[in-house]
Design a protein around this ligand. Structure first.
Ligand code: ADP
Length: 440
């Protein structure tokens, strides 16, 4: 039997039993109504005939001629009653009975119509209720029909074991159509693992490459020193200074690498609180003035600008942008620093210089790790600064905008979520995980 037929048959059976019960109740109500009606009619007739002499134990009987056809017999039926030992009273009851029977016919037809309508409605509702059960039953049926094929699982195990993790074209394929969903999921996982692996190896090889130059320079000067420097104070001084500068570069590079590696591993402490970007900007400028930079800082920050973030990290991002502005613009030129709110309601911090600008070819790669434009290579950067600034901004659920024009200048803008009152309720284990900025 098909599933639909089975559901129909169940619904039919349930509805029939419901309607039969309904009819039985109606029948009982009819019987009670008829009995009451007859008793009340008989009582009224007796009371009319006997008046105050009426008593409950009257002698009562129906008189009719048994030889007549049923209908005429009913029509002519009489109801007789008498007081104990008294005269008989006779009342024509046939017409009353016939009227009552007619009325009952109408009532019974109405009840049958109601029962049929109820049957249909109940059956429809039962089918509706059964439909989810039907789906479950079908699934259970399908599951019970699915054969657990051990062979297929063995071939899946073998295929997984034979995948070469290092091969970029590694794919899981058993040839069994039932396992395609599982194979796709595993293949997606392999692709993601490969991407992560590729990024990791590229990062390590770029990092080694970057470290090779300062090591070669230090080695070169050390050789120079050992050959000539001992007796020549000029060579000695030049070598020591160069070695010191390269050692500083290396230290900066290693610290930046560590920051990114920790960030990638989710091990960078993050202690957010309410931070005033205007204050941050002013204190950074004070620090630059202390170092004695040759650039002119112009500040555009009229009012406090609040965000919810890690102050030390945000300051580090600001320093990266300001260092770049200093590095890529001529001495004595103006660097404008702004703090404010964007029309979109973001808290913004921007650094604008009148320097070299960035070419359209360099623009898409600026935030890549180790990326440096050609002219920048000579200025001693590591190519990690903007990658770190981007990481910090994204950690704060913000983004960086760049606007640049060759030979005119560049503006970097950090867009951060503005501080909301609810932010203060965000629990932060600030004390335990306060961020300790590295010195780069
Ligand atoms: P770097 O240590 O080389 O400065 P960054 O990641 O900070 O590394 O910057 C990447 C590259 O972006 C730089 O090499 C430079 O080409 C370009 N750049 C960044 N800031 C500026 C700027 N203010 N003006 C011009 N070019 C810039």
């Amino acid at each position: 039997m098909s599933e639909n037929k089975r559901m129909n048959s169940i619904a039919r059976r349930v509805s029939t039993s419901f309607v039969l019960r309904l009819l039985l109740i109606m029948l009982l109500i009819n019987a009670v109504l008829i009995t009451n009606f007859l008793a009340w009619t008989a009582y009224s007739m007796e009371k009319t005939a006997l008046g105050s002499a009426w008593q409950a134990d009257l002698t009562r009987a129906f008189d009719y001629d048994g030889s007549l056809p049923v209908r005429t017999r009913l029509e002519r039926m009489n109801y007789t009653f008498s007081l104990p030992g008294g005269a008989k009273h006779t009342v024509a009851a046939g017409q009353i009975l016939l009227t009552m029977i007619r009325a009952m016919n109408v009532v019974i037809i109405a009840e049958i119509v109601i029962a049929v309508l109820q049957y249909r409605g109940f059956k429809r509702r039962t089918l509706l209720l059964l439909s989810p059960l039907q789906k479950i039953a079908q699934t259970a049926q399908a599951l019970s029909e699915t054969q657990f094929d051990e062979q297929k699982f063995h071939s899946l195990e073998d295929a997984i074991q034979n995948i070469s993790v290092l091969s970029p074209s590694a794919r899981l394929s058993t040839g069994h159509s039932e396992l395609i969903g599982l194979e796709n999921a595993v293949n997606n996982l392999i692709s993601r693992m490969h991407d992560a692996y590729r990024q990791q190896t590229r990062f390590v090889s770029d990092a080694s490459h970057e470290l090779r130059t300062p090591i070669a320079v230090i080695k070169g000067y050390a050789e120079l020193l050992s050959r000539w420097g001992k007796d020549d104070p000029k060579v000695m001084e030049e070598s020591v200074n160069a070695m010191l500068a390269e050692a500083n570069n290396m230290q900066r590079l290693v610290e930046q690498l560590l920051f990114l590696a920790r960030g990638d591993a989710g091990r960078t402490a993050f202690a957010p609180k309410k931070v005033d970007l205007r204050e941050l900007l002013l204190s950074a400028v004070d620090e630059y003035k202390l170092i004695g930079t040759q650039h002119v800082f112009r500040i555009r920050a009229e009012e406090p600008v609040f965000t919810f973030g890690d102050e030390a990290m945000l300051k580090q991002a600001l320093r990266i942008l300001a260092d770049n502005a200093i590095k890529y613009s001529p001495e004595g030129s103006v660097i404008t620093l702004r703090a404010g709110y964007s029309p979109q309601g973001m808290a913004i911090l921007s650094v604008q210089d009148n320097g070299t600008g960035i070419s359209a070819e360099d623009m898409p790669h600026l935030f890549e790790r180790f990326y440096r434009s050609d002219p920048a290579r000579t200025r001693g950067g590591t190519g990690l600064g903007l990658a770190i600034a981007k990481w910090i901004t994204e950690r704060h659920e913000g983004h960086i905008d760049v606007f640049s024009s060759l030979d005119l200048g560049t503006r970097f803008t950090l867009n951060l979520p503005a501080y909301q009152e609810e932010d203060s309720k965000v629990s932060s284990d600030a004390a335990a995980t306060a961020y300790n900025p590295p010195s780069f």
